[in-house]
Design a protein around this ligand. Sequence first.
Ligand SMILES: C[S@@+](CC[C@H](N)C(=O)[O-])C[C@H]1O[C@@H](n2cnc3c(N)ncnc32)[C@H](O)[C@@H]1O
Length: 337
Amino acid sequence: MEIIFELSKEYKTLAIDEAIACLKTEKIIYKIIEFNPELLIISANINYEKIKKLSKRLSLTYNVGELLFISPQSIQKLEINALRTRIKDYGTIAIKYRNRSMDADSQIIVKSLAKIFTKGRKVDLNSPDIEIRCLITNKKIYVSKNIFKTDRTQFEKRKVQYRPYFSPISLHPKLSRVIINLSKVRRNEILLDPFCGTGGILIEAAILSIKIIGNDIDNKLVEGCKKNLNHYNISDFIIYNLDIGKINDEVMKVDVVVTDFPYGKSTTTKGEKLINLYKRAFISIYKILKNEGRAVVGLANKDMIQLGENYLSLEKIYDIKVHNSLTRYFAIYKKIK
Ligand SMILES: C[S@@+](CC[C@H](N)C(=O)[O-])C[C@H]1O[C@@H](n2cnc3c(N)ncnc32)[C@H](O)[C@@H]1O
């Protein structure tokens, strides 16, 4: 089966890397057929249930579907392809689209597809049994049968301002979710956030049934973090109130570390120079990570990336505009024996 991931373009290549990381985490054998910032198409021998399980983790994908055909930007060719396609399932149908082309008329495209696919079927635009999706790009039209629609509103609802304990230091939940996914952590493995603040990363991890351990030097934040976790009915957690240098004495070895380092403006470093704090943090992370474990860390500036390389092996770097005046560098490291 060929599977299409309809990607969000908001953070450059992060969406595609997130989807690939999740395929690897779920140990799915796949072959990449096509990719660009708008979509990823893979071929894999898997069933819908496995696709749904994988898709539930994603934050930067809109839809995941079974690819029916790819057509050039020509109504005649689109209709020929649609006529050749057999939809075996019973039930009501809807044709939905996302138009990313500069000039294609989505209404004409949808009408052409509807003429063919709705023949002998009832249309239900709200909750159809079969949703045909049509991704219109500048050159091609990708038509698929949808398998999973990501609930992206959930991330908006969990934004820091809606949590009982508020501080502006927390990342957007969809960004927290992505960096967790990039660590390739599996259900029931242990994730540590040694700079957990208000708990944004821990909340997203716990929702994925990952075991969570947090830590922060600021007791007010530790208490706030616990309050936030309870608010989302998360009760299985350990939160320490330690300096980063002390965590490796207390905390058991963990599968992954996912964290957003302090960056010295609104997030306190207790007067410590950033470079010194980061060095101590990398030493602790190295000690606490299991072999082959990954650390995905948000850093204040590019120069700090190589500091981590003294202890861990660097796999990839992303520069992400968190908001207008703030770029964060997210680095993925691996602990190699
Ligand atoms: C960028 S914030 C983390 C925000 C967090 N991801 C959230 O969702 O709220 C960095 C955190 O590091 C903590 N911190 C600063 N210095 C520390 C140290 N020496 N040891 C442990 N935590 C420290 C700060 O109190 C702050 O909460």
